[in-house]
Design a protein. Structure first.
Length: 252
C-alpha cells in the first residue's frame, strides 16, 4: 500500500477502498461537559451508515467508551466497534473479544478515591467495566492532584494497570492493550485486511492508534491543534464529517 503524499498537513481526498477507524468523542461528536450528555444526531448516523456501505464494511469505531454505551447511543447502526481503548472489540462478524482486568485492582482504586470524590462533587468517576475513569472537566483546577493520585494508585497495582490520560480525564486501564492494538487486530481480518488504514482521533489516548497507523504506512489524522505524532490534521468535528463525506454516493 502506498501512502499519498502529504499536502500542507491536510489529508488527501478519501477513498471508499480504504479502511476507516474512527474515534467518537471529539472526533465524530463534540465533547460534552459530562460523558452522558453527548447527543448522537441523525446526520452522523446517516454518514456512518453510508460510509460503511460504500466502503464494503471497512469502518470501525475505536472509542474510550464501553461497547454497551456505544450500542445504546447508536441504535440500529451495525458496524464493528472497539471500546474501552481496545480492551473490548466486536469484529465485522459480530464476535466479541475481551481483554479483562483484575477486578480487585480496580476496586481498590475506587475505594481509595472515595474521600476525594466526597470533597469535590464536580468530579465524576466512571466505571466502564474494564476501566475506571476519573473526569475533572467541571473542576479543571484539580488536574495535577487527580493525575498524581491516579498515578500513585495505579503504581500500587504492580504493573497490571496503566494510566491513560485524556482531555480532563485520568483513567486506570489494563496494560498492553490500547487503540493501536485494536486497530492491529482489525487489520488481520476482513474486510479491513489489505486496505490502506486510516485512523482519526483527537486526544492523548489516540496517540497509540496514530503510532500504529504510522508504522504500517496508513493515514493518521489528528483533530485539533495539540501536539501529535499524526501526519495529518483536521480542524474540528465538522471538518471530520465533511472530509468523510467527500467521496460518498448520494443515496441516503
Amino acid at each position: 500500500m502506498e501512502l499519498p503524499q502529504e499536502n500542507g498537513n491536510l489529508p488527501p481526498v478519501p477513498s471508499t477502498g480504504w479502511a476507516y477507524f474512527l474515534d467518537v468523542d471529539g472526533t465524530l461528536l463534540d465533547i460534552a461537559e459530562n460523558p452522558n450528555a453527548i447527543h448522537v444526531d441523525q446526520a452522523l448516523l446517516r454518514l456512518l451508515d453510508r460510509l460503511h456501505r460504500a466502503s464494503g464494511g471497512a469502518v470501525a469505531l475505536i472509542s474510550g467508551r464501553a461497547i454497551s454505551d456505544l450500542d445504546r447511543r447508536l441504535g440500529n447502526l451495525q458496524l464493528p466497534r472497539a471500546g474501552q481503548h481496545g480492551l473490548e472489540r466486536r469484529d465485522a462478524a459480530g464476535r466479541l473479544w475481551l481483554h479483562a482486568t483484575p477486578p480487585e485492582a480496580k476496586d481498590r482504586i475506587r475505594i481509595a478515591l472515595e474521600p476525594l470524590m466526597e470533597d469535590n462533587p464536580g468530579l465524576l468517576l466512571e466505571d466502564k467495566g474494564l476501566t475506571l475513569a476519573l473526569h475533572y472537566r467541571q473542576v479543571p483546577e484539580l488536574e495535577e492532584q487527580v493525575n498524581a493520585l491516579m498515578t500513585s494508585l495505579i503504581a500500587e497495582a504492580g504493573g497490571s494497570l496503566v494510566l491513560q490520560k485524556g482531555k480532563c480525564v485520568a483513567e486506570a486501564k489494563p496494560a498492553n492493550f490500547d487503540k493501536g492494538t485494536a486497530i492491529e487486530e482489525y487489520l488481520t481480518e476482513a474486510p479491513f485486511k489489505g486496505r490502506l488504514p486510516v485512523f482519526i482521533g483527537d486526544d492523548l489516548n489516540d496517540e497509540h492508534g496514530f503510532a500504529h497507523i504510522n508504522r504500517v504506512g496508513g493515514l493518521s489524522i489528528k483533530v485539533g491543534e495539540e501536539a501529535t505524532c499524526a501526519r495529518y490534521r483536521l480542524a474540528d468535528v465538522a471538518a471530520v464529517r465533511s472530509w468523510l463525506g467527500l467521496t460518498l454516493p448520494t443515496y441516503s
